[in-house]
Design a protein around this ligand. Sequence first.
Ligand code: ATP
Ligand code: FE2
Length: 331
Amino acid sequence: MICLGIEGTAHSIGVGIITNVKGHCQILANLIKTYQPEKGGIHPREAANHHATFIAPLLSQSVQAAGVDFADVDLISFSQGPGLGPCLRTAVTAARALALSLEKPLIGVNHCVAHLEIGRGTVHGCHDPVLLYVSGANTQVIGFAEGKYRVFGETLDVGIGNCLDKFGRAIGLDFPCGPKIEKLAETGTQYLPLPYSIKGMDLAFSGLLTMAEHYVREGERIQDVCHSLQETTFAMLTEVTERAMAHTEKQEVLLGGGVASNKRLRAMVQTMAQDRGASFFVPSRDVCVDNGAMIAWLGCLMYESGLRMSLEDSLINQRFRTDMVEVTWRD
Ligand code: ATP
Ligand code: FE2
């Protein structure tokens, strides 16, 4: 089966085409176009306009890149949520139009679950991981337990990526700020104490963000503040992930989301995994960030397990929770 997936939850619009080869996801095409706000944060309607402009050319480029015809596509899937309303609506509209014109089935998928499934589908040896999903808007620790994907811990305020981007903006860096902060942190030498805020299994970043900005105003070296920001937030993320692994007795940890590109975060999580005798996995960057292939892959798994979605049910859900998904494709 060949599945085409459209991802449009936030600032990027992606089209992926995949096929299922004996349970492994073979990616035939995976194109992404990202909206760059001129300044400041993301404006949902402007991002949606960007997606509406680029979705049609992206679709034709994808089938071309995959070396297939639209007629070869067996299923259309789309990101149903969670995400920004205007962006989700643009993606679902494109998906419905395509499904109707090709007379092919349509299926909506949960964005967060797709991040986990693409890891299982593409990374050799990754079967039942705890996912540390760290992107701009999302920060969640997810694992499969008692028939469902459960969120074991998550941010109570901003996502880790947004936290880094906000701090970066305050010190005059361009979006995305995460990679620039990572570079600056490499030459940080002094650790400046920041609030280490874990509540149960959940995390809060806004207090330490305020404190980090305070350090900058007080004249502390930028490199030291970046270093301290990374050390504190990444230690918090690693700790919650480790507790989820201990609780579920899982032997694998998987990273996902744009912040998973960060080498310091990778090193910390990898060390934690090694100390526990567990395996550590990071998918390649193109499937770590928001992308159409992960939407296509989860759509394919759902469809092949017998799930069907009518046009009437293909409504977006901005607050689509990970544990609302009925998991029919796993034992
Ligand atoms: P979602 O809708 O899933 O929240 P998104 O579109 O906000 O996704 P991604 O594309 O997954 O996010 O990731 C973007 C984020 O990743 C930005 O906040 C960016 O600063 C951060 N990022 C990218 N590279 C790095 C890095 N090397 N270190 C830290 N953060 C990074
Ligand atoms: Fe994402």
